[in-house]
Design a protein around this ligand. Structure first.
Ligand code: PLP
Length: 376
């Protein structure tokens, strides 16, 4: 198998599994218990919190563990809207992940007004559009750091500055940025920031939400006093330890991430664009993650191409994994290029540092022959 779908999920790294093992076997207590067998696990949870905080340039008291990034995103919306009941306006973009877009659409049904900022053909938004959209009614601005389908990176520092200057809460879905580009919440003035462990070699089922000190908060999941009363439910110590270890490893590998993954991504991208006619890149050529390439194969149904690639053992996708079984064309490509039918003819390849140039040459040959056979 050649796995080129790292934006969908990643494997659990051996070091992460090793760190988790004691908490899946002998250390199975409940951290809230009063006896030591359970209570000593609080230390493991706090160590993990610190590891995640360090990856984000945050204080560990600002990190809340969740079950996934969808929960983190929903929690940030819930917290900010509860804090400002009189403000009924939300700003986001038309290319956010479904965990944000669908929450916004549900909130619209409850009477909220949502502005979906447009993007240009490169997937970029204009800061002036954000500035114009903010009103005294705006409760929250939610914009992603890096797009899951195209890898396009939004100017998060500028966005955060605008929100701060205008006194509006800012939430950032940083799921695709974590472990790929430096995140320093000491410098970026976001109020909330969402993380998904399984995108950087932690297991599925654990995420985190950064909540800046003094940012308003009310829990989405009400229950016990876990997470300092911010999220009810017995902590999953093994998963939390896993995401902590993965964060530590991601931080160590961050400096070399770009140089490790960009040459293989570029070899794949250039190989396709140069040797297969009627192919087109989606997303800005430079303001983009080093691992992602979204390519439209004009005249070829993406699903047919992906099926053929699957037969060759190549894993890629037509967009977001959450929408892989949906009939709907990608809302991201539609928002960027409303005039062409490109969204059903588009394949996303997202590489990892384990992909080699040998893999890429094999993939290029298979893509060429798959495209050839689909044209006949
Ligand atoms: N946000 C972005 C940008 C994503 O890519 C994803 C997952 O693909 C999510 C949020 C949701 O993550 P999860 O499915 O782990 O909740």
């Amino acid at each position: 198998m050649i796995y080129l779908d790292h934006n969908a999920t990643t494997s659990v790294s051996p070091e992460v599994l090793e760190a988790m093992m004691p908490y899946l076997t002998t250390e199975w207590g409940n951290p809230s218990s009063s006896y030591e067998f359970g209570s000593k696990l609080k230390m493991a949870v706090e160590k993990a919190r610190n590891q995640v905080a360090q990856l984000l340039g945050a204080n560990s008291r600002e990190i809340l563990f969740t079950s996934c990034a969808t929960e983190s995103n929903n929690t940030a919306f819930h917290a900010s809207l509860k804090a400002n009941p009189a403000k009924r306006h939300i700003i986001t973009s038309g290319v956010e992940h479904s965990s944000v877009i669908n929450d916004c659409m549900a909130l619209e049904k409850e009477g909220y007004k949502v502005t979906y900022l447009p993007v240009d053909r490169d997937g970029l938004l204009k800061i002036v559009d954000l500035e114009t959209a903010i009103t005294t009614e705006t409760a929250i601005v939610s914009l992603m750091w890096a797009n899951n389908e195209t890898g396009v990176v939004f100017p998060i520092s500028d966005i955060a500055q605008v929100c701060k200057a205008r006194g509006v809460l800012f939430h950032c879905d940083a799921v695709q940025a974590v472990g790929k580009i430096e995140i320093d919440l000491g410098k970026i003035q976001a109020d909330y920031l969402s993380v998904a462990g399984h995108k950087f070699n932690a297991p599925k089922g654990v995420g985190a939400l950064f909540v800046r000190n003094k940012a308003p908060f009310s829990p989405l999941i009400r229950g016990g006093h876990q997470e300092r009363g911010r999220r009810g439910g017995t902590e999953s110590v093994p998963l939390i330890v896993g995401v902590g270890k993965a964060a530590e490893l991601a931080r160590k590998k961050l400096l070399k991430y770009d140089v490790n993954v960009r040459p293989t991504r570029d070899a794949l991208e250039n190989g396709i664009l140069r040797s297969i006619p009627n192919t087109e890149l989606n997303g800005h050529s430079t303001q983009r993650l080093a691992n992602t390439t979204s390519i439209t194969f004009h005249g070829i149904e993406a699903e047919s191409l992906l099926l053929l690639l699957n037969r060759y053992g190549i894993c890629a996708s037509s967009g977001s994994a959450c929408l892989a079984d949906s009939e709907e064309p990608s809302h991201v490509i539609k928002a960027m290029k409303p005039d062409n039918g490109a969204s059903r003819q588009t394949v996303r390849f997202s590489l990892g540092t384990d992909n080699t140039l040998i893999d890429i040459n094999a993939v290029l040959n298979k893509i060429r022959s798959a495209v050839q056979s689909l044209k006949c």
